[in-house]
Design a protein around this ligand. Structure first.
Ligand code: 16G
Ligand code: MG
Length: 558
């Protein structure tokens, strides 16, 4: 309690008044129901100002609850069309918001009136035991969407309600992973993680990349599709530092052209269509055999690679699974070369989701690399990867990174190498831990990770691709009246509801060679997703069709 109860009560009244003013300026639209989902709030930008104002209140509460630790707010809708936008919170370690707080975000966003907002806010303060006298610190950023500036205004209005007790830093227009980096670096009081600025990120990443490439450069040219999004800015910046060792050719960099963002380009387009973006195809960028390309998504936290088959000229996708496999095998070798013994031996593991191609999982497990399967969504993968010394996690769609545990880093720093080879391996492992964004998947740093691994192995894209052949697969979106009747379990590989449906899916799988299929409700769209893979494309299509029919039938029956 404050020593001056009268003063404290007055301050509290001033705060609630300021919140009421902001809430009146940014009223919640009627008939909209918001949910803080896997990627925060995401919908048409015109529906979001009230949400931004309220998210600001929650960010401040979280920071105050954590005694002034810095919280991040990112305004983006990633690969969604340009009229959409979204917002998500970043916890002090640079990770996604604590899931317990997601419900508080949803509760605040849905308060229908200013009065109900004030009352929910007050209840949260009490229930979460937030001391409003604590300081708060927030960093925030946005992607290139035209709706960004207005939404940032609504966000800032929320911070301002708290007056001088909140310190805010506007990182400006930047990628989601850079904002995560800034949050992590700001909270790392030792200063060893890097400077908490965009420039600090560039310096740290570029220095590590230079160490890893050494005399192996200059590398072959790389074509980078930036989805006409904010990744183009980050790529321009990093190229200033490393352009002499890797000739980078940015494509789809029209960040101010209306309607261009994510349109006919970007990681989501490539992964879904299993084809080159038309802009890359028509310009013939990849026509010289062996030339690699990659695509970022709209906020540059996802990446997929590709090239054209050297004799057939066909499109070959190197997705998140292919990245995970190459990187895990590479780190496995590097750890062996480091010759750390006894308790100091480091264990490399991989985390995937049910969407990982069965061939990738088989490849890893048959080579004694442990694989964990978790539910879709970065936070699930991230947490599972923290259980390994070196945890490689990737979703097939290209979200992913590699985590080095604090103990693993300490072991590497303290190691007494027994030979020049082991000294080199240790030096490289440490440089990789600096190159890789430890907070979240990051298209720019993952791209440089891939390039560094290829350079170390002396591989072309086709060598990388040769490890295993993807099983043919099919992903279908099914619109149903109520997706909540579909409840999945076992890392989303099986359904528990509607009762009896899983048994039917099992029967369908058994009829197809190497058949595997699963059904899960989407966390970002109003639909159910059906995935099927099999030994041939025809069988994968048949299995997907059978399971879609089963889903539709059970949806009608309930
Ligand atoms: C979100 C997730 C992504 C996941 C996707 C699945 C984050 C940052 N993003 O975009 O990891 O793959 O949702 O979407 O967690 P779905 O539930 O609609 O299939
Ligand atoms: Mg994204």
């Amino acid at each position: 309690m404050s020593a001056e109860p009268g003063k404290a009560a007055h301050e509290h009244a001033v705060l609630l008044n300021a919140i009421a003013d902001g809430a009146n300026e940014y009223p919640k639209p009627e008939h909209v129901n918001y949910t803080y989902g896997t990627a925060g709030f995401r919908t048409l930008a015109t529906k979001l100002p009230s949400v931004l104002f309220r998210v600001a209140l929650l960010a401040v509460l979280r920071s105050k609850r954590l005694e002034g630790a810095t919280i991040g707010v990112m305004v983006t809708a990633s690969h969604n069309p340009e009229p959409d936008n979204g917002v998500k919170l970043v916890d002090p370690s640079g990770e996604m918001l604590d899931p317990n707080w997601e419900n508080h975000a949803t509760a605040l966003a849905n308060c229908p009136t200013t009065e109900s907002l004030i009352s929910t806010f007050t209840t949260l303060v009490t229930h979460l035991r937030v001391d409003l006298h604590q300081p708060a610190s927030i960093v925030y950023a946005r992607d290139t969407r035209p709706s960004g500036p207005d939404l940032i205004q609504a966000l800032e209005a929320g911070f301002k309600a708290f007056g001088a007790s909140v310190k805010i830093v506007d990182v400006g227009v930047t990628t989601t992973p850079i904002l995560h980096y800034v949050v992590k670096a700001t909270n790392d009081k030792s200063g060893s993680y890097g400077k908490p600025t965009v420039e600090g990120y560039m310096e740290k990443t570029a220095t590590a990349f230079k160490t890893l490439i050494g005399s192996k450069g200059p590398l072959a040219p790389l074509y980078v599709d930036c989805a006409n999004g904010v990744g183009a800015n980050a790529l321009t910046e990093i190229t200033k530092h490393i352009g002499d060792i890797i000739p980078i050719h940015p494509i789809n960099t029209a960040t101010t052209t209306p309607g261009a963002l994510n349109s006919q380009c970007g990681a989501d387009f490539v992964k879904t269509k299993q084809a080159l973006p038309p802009s890359v195809q028509s310009a013939g960028y990849l026509s010289k055999p062996g030339t690699r390309g990659c695509s970022y998504d709209g906020d540059a936290d996802r990446i997929v690679y590709y090239y054209l088959h050297e004799t057939k000229g066909t499109f070959r996708l190197l997705d998140g699974d292919k990245i995970a496999v190459m990187v895990a095998m590479f780190f496995g070798d590097l750890v062996a070369k480091a010759k750390l013994e006894g308790d100091n031996k480091l264990k490399v593991g991989v985390v995937q989701t049910a969407y990982a191609n069965g061939s990738s999982t088989k490849y890893l497990t048959s080579r004694n690399i442990p694989v964990t399967c978790v539910s879709t969504g970065v936070k699930h993968l991230h947490h599972a990867a923290q259980r390994y010394d070196i945890g490689v996690y990737f979703e097939a769609n290209g979200h992913g990174t590699v985590l080095f545990s604090p103990q693993a880093l300490q072991t590497l720093r303290d190691a007494q190498p027994t030979s020049p080879d082991s000294a080199n391996a240790i030096k490289h492992l440490l440089a990789f831990s600096d190159l890789i964004n430890q907070a979240v998947g990051d298209a720019v740093s993952d791209m440089l990770l891939v390039e560094a691994v290829l350079a170390h192995k002396g591989w072309r894209a086709s060598d990388w691709d040769a490890g295993y052949e993807d099983l043919p697969n099919r992903l279908v979106k099914v619109e149903v009246p109520d997706r909540s009747i579909f409840v999945a379990t076992d890392a989303e590989r099986k359904l528990v509801h509607p009762v009896g449906l899983q048994a039917e899916i099992d029967k369908a799988m058994a009829k197809v060679e190497m058949g595997r299929s699963f059904v899960r409700p989407s966390g970002t769209e109003d639909c159910v997703r059906v995935y099927a893979e099999a030994n041939s494309q025809v069988e994968a299509e048949t299995l997907a069709k059978t399971v879609v029919d089963l889903v539709e039938q059970s949806s009608q029956m309930s």
